[in-house]
Design a protein around this ligand. Structure first.
Ligand SMILES: [Zn+2]
Length: 163
């Protein structure tokens, strides 16, 4: 699936998640902002991954080729994790006195979880792949995390790019 379609799906679903939670709590604006943050801008961890591998020299082509993952052979993706969902919901509970904060945190959790579910369907990864504890235990190594066919596809892609 082309990246722009993948991202469009995330954007629309994020907007919808935010709108739903926002409407439920009668805080539409907060819902939409944090829906987009949790459900769309969550993918900014791909950018973090890039800087971890390449430093501050940014090359848009490399980024769109996902070279950072190919070169490091690691998948950290610090924002993609189920673990944040209960943490955010607990925080929302403790900070419930501030309604805006509560709605923001619940929306982040909801939109983030929906994003991960969409990623599982779109990318065909396992549920456990989106646990950061699981990835940490696998030392974030792509060969441990990906199915053998997905990893082989990575190797083929690397060869194609000549890296
Ligand atoms: Zn994602």
């Amino acid at each position: 699936m082309p990246l722009y379609i993948h991202l469009s799906i995330h954007f629309i679903v994020a907007l919808l998640s935010g709108y739903l939670i926002g409407s439920f709590f009668k805080k539409k604006k907060i819902g939409i902002i944090f829906g987009i943050l949790g459900g769309f801008l969550i993918d900014l961890d791909h950018v973090i991954e890039y800087f971890l591998v390449f430093g501050i020299r940014f090359n848009l082509l490399y980024f769109f080729e996902s070279r950072q993952f190919l070169i490091s052979d690691k998948i950290r993706l610090v924002f993609h994790a189920w673990e944040y969902v209960p943490v955010l919901l607990l925080l929302a509970y403790f900070l419930r006195k501030w309604k805006n904060v509560k709605v923001a945190l619940i929306t982040l959790a909801f939109a983030g979880a929906i994003h991960l579910v969409s990623d599982i369907f779109i990318n065909g990864y396992y549920f456990r792949y989106y646990s950061i504890i699981y990835r940490y235990r696998q030392e974030f190594l792509a060969p441990n995390l990906l199915s053998s066919s997905a990893y082989q596809a990575n190797l083929n892609y690397k060869e194609e790019l000549g890296i």
